[in-house]
Design a protein around this ligand. Structure first.
Ligand SMILES: Nc1ncnc2c1ncn2[C@@H]1O[C@H](COP(=O)(O)OP(=O)(O)OP(=O)(O)O)[C@@H](O)[C@H]1O
Length: 237
């Protein structure tokens, strides 16, 4: 079996007196697309933020590419190859699309922008527009493109489809597919659009009270209305 790229073992984390992640364990292997679903407030965002070091680890281990990263700063984790696209769309509204991308280049040559534009032709068309003038879908594309300029080895996406029209959601999912299919970048995606994300992912993890309560191939879970109703509170068809 391929060794996991990312491994969480008994992760405990929370805010103040509240424990949100309660011995969360999961693994992600190379090129995989993993969906994380569950009701509101079960800890999905907290799980991604804890992997990035934005919420401190209280117990357990986080291992990335064989290294225990649980005490590293968010910046160090990003340097190790963890990419993160937060729910809040991480862009500068007062800068143009191109300036936003340049800010994400770090020390990479400017030619790397061509890769971003190839992946998102819409951003090439809008390169001189201000970030704040973009549609929600375009802002999400910019946020993802910026994260990719950091050359992540694994990318964490927090509700990237939220508030977007169906056609834009499909556009984004097509790009996310290329990440794993063509670039072998595994994707962990938290999403409320359960039907669409299960159509996209290989494997699904259902969270409740900060731990995995169900794990299955995504296609299988998509048909499993009983499990979805029980843990996610909705039927997808
Ligand atoms: N900064 C914070 N300070 C205190 N409590 C927080 C903070 N962020 C989240 N929480 C609480 O932690 C719990 C888990 O939140 P989290 O955002 O991880 O859940 P989620 O599964 O991502 O939910 P949603 O689907 O609504 O985004 C919730 O009860 C939430 O109110």
């Amino acid at each position: 079996m391929t060794s996991p790229m990312l491994q969480l073992e008994g992760v405990v984390a929370g805010y103040g007196p509240t424990t949100v992640l309660d011995h969360l364990s999961l693994q992600v292997t190379a090129g995989e697309r993993v969906a994380m679903i569950g009701r509101n407030g079960v800890g999905k965002t907290t799980a991604l933020r804890t992997v990035m070091g934005l919420v401190p680890l209280r117990d357990g281990r986080i291992v990335f590419m064989g290294e225990d990263i649980g005490r590293l700063t968010p910046h160090q984790r990003a340097q190790r190859g963890l990419g993160y696209v937060p729910q809040t769309r991480d862009i500068f509204p007062s800068l143009t699309v191109e300036e936003n991308l340049v800010a994400g280049l770090k020390r990479r040559p400017r030619a790397a922008l061509d890769d971003a534009y190839a992946l998102f032709p819409r951003l090439a068309e809008r390169r001189r527009n201000g970030g704040g003038q973009l549609s929600g879908g375009e802002q999400q594309m910019l946020s993802v493109a910026r994260a990719l300029l950091g050359q992540p080895r694994l990318i964490l996406l927090d509700e990237p489809l939220e508030g977007l029209a169906p056609l834009i959601r499909q556009d984004l999912l097509r790009v996310f597919r290329r990440l794993s299919d063509e670039l072998s970048i595994p994707v962990v995606i938290v999403e409320q659009q359960v039907d669409e994300v299960l159509g996209y992912a290989d494997r699904a993890l259902v969270l409740d009270h900060g731990t995995v309560v169900h794990a299955a191939p995504a296609a299988e879970l998509r048909e499993d209305t009983e499990t979805l109703e029980r843990w996610v509170g909705l039927a997808v068809h």
